[in-house]
Ligand binder design. Structure first.
Ligand code: NAD
Ligand code: MG
Length: 395
């Protein structure tokens, strides 16, 4: 029996890599639904190649344009839906077994959570969903019996280094530490005093990974590693102080688990997201990802260094947020999304990003995050506060 797959965020970097893997294993997977926000040309091509039952275009104007295009295409029988509710509808369809959660940012929370509540196999790339609503998300997975498989390369690596039969969210007493690797991004060695005038083009040009624009900026500020630190605390039930971030510029080791007997297990491979995607899609088996074998002789050398928190204040803020727990990771994530968006589109400086986040966090007192309603409310409040901070800054 083929597994039914829904890809949330099919037109993005992770979505495209997922479809590449699916194309190699059409005997095992059937695409049931593909979703996009606005990129209808890419979605149409994907629909022609993969013949889903449903296509969702969240933006309603674009959805109408998409329907017109579809009518004259060879795939006019596909059902087209629009609006945010349609994302939840397709991620919980009976014929869907696995949901690739690859929408970027907070917009991915509700459909990813719906998939978890419906007991699906959730392939989680959308780290922001977990950062925003970690406890609620993990609780939904536990209660429904959903299978949660990490796609983020580091978390997928850690998962692979965990003992056989390991389930996300469980504690592993024998694992004493996680070594979370980071490439250090494009500004690992740039003089700190020159960081204030880096351009958007410089920030999104990642030396090792080809990714969407938001995560590329997050990698340059190292907020990506901050979000991943929080993600790792939740997925592997570890305290933040038991997770050491390690800058490893070659991006060959994707993370490590340090066991009580002194064994350190690492997962290695070429930096290509099709590896964690194929791992999760074939789990607990393995299949071909299409990635070239690692040439260890070309790698030759691997370097490891501690991150400098003065260079990367976003990483410090993430440690502070996860230690404060409750609503603070939600606030951190919302402020970061607003600040990065304004950096990408409207003249906020690269070095303003952590300043905006820190100011925003300072405006919130520690509080529990015990319901989805509260999390969504805090998310909105933090966004409004961040916009105000930016207005004052630019005035
Ligand atoms: P991307 O920007 O390339 O793609 C984002 C996808 O989400 C697109 O399909 C877009 O249509 C959809 N989308 C955007 N805004 C939306 C909205 N408001 N409503 C509905 N859909 C929306 O992003 P990406 O690089 O593929 O990253 C996706 C997620 O995976 C992010 O959470 C990122 O942190 C995570 N991730 C990505 C990589 C990578 O290599 N790209 C690696 C690890 C984790
Ligand atoms: Mg990652």
């Amino acid at each position: 029996m083929k597994k039914g797959l829904c890809i949330l965020g099919a037109t993005g970097s992770i979505g495209v890599s997922t479809l590449d893997v699916v194309g190699r294993h059409s005997d095992q997977y059937k695409v049931i639904a593909l979703t996009a926000n606005t990129n209808i040309d890419a979605l149409l091509e994907q629909c022609i190649a993969h013949r889903p039952e449903y296509a969702v275009v969240v933006n309603e104007v674009k959805a109408e344009q998409f329907k017109t295009k579809l009518k004259t295409s060879e795939v006019s029988n596909i059902s087209v839906l629009s609006g945010v509710k349609a994302l939840e509808f397709v991620s919980t369809l009976n014929q869907v077994d696995s949901v690739m959660a690859a929408i970027v940012g907070a917009a991915g929370l509700l459909p990813s959570l719906a998939a978890a509540k419906a007991g699906k196999t959730v392939l989680l790339a959308n780290k922001e969903a977990l950062v925003m609503a970690g406890d609620i998300f993990m609780q939904a997975v536990n209660e429904s019996g959903a299978t949660l498989l990490p796609i983020d390369s580091e978390h997928n690596a850690i998962f692979q280094c965990m003992p056989a039969g390991y389930k996300a969210g469980n504690t592993t007493k024998q694992a004493r530490r996680i070594l979370l690797t980071a490439s250090g991004g494009p500004f690992r060695e740039k003089a700190i005093e020159e960081l204030h005038d880096v351009t958007v083009e410089q920030a999104v040009a990642h030396p090792k990974w080809d990714m969407g624009r938001k995560i590329s900026v997050d990698s340059a500020t190292m907020m990506n590693k901050g979000l991943e630190l929080i993600e790792a605390c939740l997925l592997f039930n570890m305290a933040p102080d038991d997770i050491q971030v390690v800058i490893h510029k070659q991006s060959i080791i994707h993370s490590m688990v340090d066991y009580v007997d002194g064994s350190v297990l690492a997962q290695m491979g070429n930096p290509d997201m099709r590896i964690p995607i194929a791992h999760a899609m074939a789990w607990p088996e393995r299949f071909d990802s299409g990635v070239e074998p690692l040439n260890i002789f070309e790698v030759r050398q691997m370097d490891f260094e501690k991150p400098n928190l003065e260079r990367f204040p976003c990483l410090r803020l993430a440690y502070e947020a996860i230690k404060a727990k409750g609503i603070m990771p939600t606030v951190l994530n919302a402020a970061n999304e607003v600040a990065v968006d304004k950096f990408l589109n409207e003249g906020v400086k690269f070095t303003d990003i952590p300043i905006i986040i820190e100011k925003c966090m300072a405006g919130f007192s520690a509080d529990t995050a015990d319901s989805l309603e509260k999390i969504l409310q805090v998310d909105q409040q933090a966004r409004t506060a961040s916009h105000k901070i930016i207005e004052t800054m630019l005035a």
